[in-house]
Write a protein that binds this ligand. Structure first.
Ligand SMILES: *Cc1c(COP(=O)(O)O)cnc(C)c1O
Length: 386
């Protein structure tokens, strides 16, 4: 009994410091105009995806009943993997039930003791956790800094293999890695480039397969990770790469081997999603033009964002409480905007992460920017007291 009391006391103390750091998070269901989801192409509610998924549920049932290596395997998984590999321009693909697990899988399977992993300072938590779990020596390089990366690669060159790990389009900053320069550096030094294309798939490139495609570095990237729960509007993630690498993941990646296969109907929804990405090129063009429109309007109102061209538009606020208060003001005005605080972003850089989707008209974006400008101009408690 006493032991349980001691644990509860400790947890309550920890929760108090979450509150005093203005970091308490709450679970809030969607309400209002969407400026916070990753459903960039508006596919999560698309009738074609819903119909494909519903029909597949009728055919295949709900659960897959086992891991892919046991009774959970289905022809539809292999089919969508073949299609995704071709879409990415690689030999083979493997589907995981989440991007988080895909990143853990890649980073715990390929690097071994004696290797070194160079990781961008702003990489996603799932990449960081994968690197930590790998137990391999990690060297963090400053965000997007090719010169520093090159120097650190030289300084930390070991007996083993060197891996460079980066996002392509950064999830909380909306800026982009210099993939061509990284590719050149890796080619020159024999290092292996791992790219998390989570926010770029469906958005960039002629085929819409992401920034690896747009940068033309398909041939230089060792493996990339493409999430399916963002622009593709479904769930899960694909790892794409050479035949031997994917085969090794099937044999060794613990998040693949020791986890139940996803519901088969997911594969049907993904086929429908890829049909739209293939067939409706205007969707990504519209997304780009709406993102440019929002960035332009914000600039006209002197609201500063992290420079970039993408659909992820961060407005840096700094103070945690002020960011939450601004988000609440905008929510009250009917816009679903969320404050992003540490540890999702570095301390002192709390922000409103605006994400654009194709369903937002220019008129709605204009209304939103007016609401944001007036909220920003309004003093809030945190500002008054600081
Ligand atoms: C969202 C995200 C992930 C995790 O993908 P899930 O499918 O949500 O688990 C991985 N990497 C990046 C960069 C992400 O933004």
């Amino acid at each position: 009994m006493a032991a349980y009391d001691a644990l509860e006391r400790r947890v309550r103390t920890r929760l108090q410091s979450v509150d005093s750091d203005r970091l308490r998070r709450v679970l809030r269901a969607p309400s209002g105009i969407d400026l916070s989801s990753n459903d960039y192409l508006g596919l999560a509610q698309h009738p074609a995806l819903k119909a494909a998924m519903a029909a597949a549920v009728e055919r295949e049932g709900c659960g897959s009943t086992g891991s892919r290596l046991l009774r959970g395997e289905r022809a539809c998984f292999a089919a969508v993997e073949r299609r995704f590999a071709a879409f990415k321009g690689t030999a083979r693909a493997l589907y995981f039930s989440s991007g988080y697990l895909a990143n853990l899988a890649v980073l715990t399977t390929f690097p071994e003791a004696g290797d070194v992993i160079l990781s961008d300072a702003l990489n996603h938590a799932s990449l960081i956790d994968g690197i930590r779990l790998s137990g391999v020596r990690r060297v963090v390089f400053p965000h997007l800094d090719v010169g520093a990366l090159s120097r650190l690669m030289e300084a930390h060159r070991g007996a083993g293999r060197t891996f460079v790990v980066t996002e392509s389009l950064f999830s909380m900053d909306g800026d982009e890695a210099p993939l061509r320069q990284y590719a050149e550096l890796c080619r020159a030094t024999g290092a292996h480039l791992i790219v998390d294309d989570a926010h770029a798939v469906g958005v960039y490139g002629q085929r819409g397969s992401g920034l690896v495609e747009e940068a033309g570095v398909d041939g230089d990237v060792f493996v990339s990770i493409s999430t399916a729960g963002k622009a593709l509007g479904v769930s899960g993630a694909f790892v794409t790469g050479p035949e031997w690498a994917i085969e090794f993941l099937i044999q060794k990646a613990r998040p693949f081997v020791f986890s139940t296969a996803p519901p088969p109907a997911i594969a049907a929804a993904l086929e429908a999603s890829l049909d739209i990405v293939d067939g409706e090129v205007d969707r990504r063009a519209r997304l780009a033009s709406r993102a440019a429109h929002l960035r332009r309007r914000l600039a006209e109102h002197s609201i500063r964002t992290i420079p970039g061209r993408s659909q992820i538009v961060p407005v840096i606020i700094g103070d945690n409480l002020r960011a939450v208060e601004l988000a609440e003001l905008l929510q009250a005005a009917g816009f679903d905007v969320r404050a992003i605080r540490p540890p999702s972003v570095p301390p002192g850089t709390a922000r409103l992460r605006l994400s654009v989707n194709v369903g937002l008209s220019e008129a709605v974006l204009d209304e939103f920017v007016s609401a944001l400008a007036s909220a920003v101009g309004q003093p809030t408690c945190s500002v008054a007291s600081s």
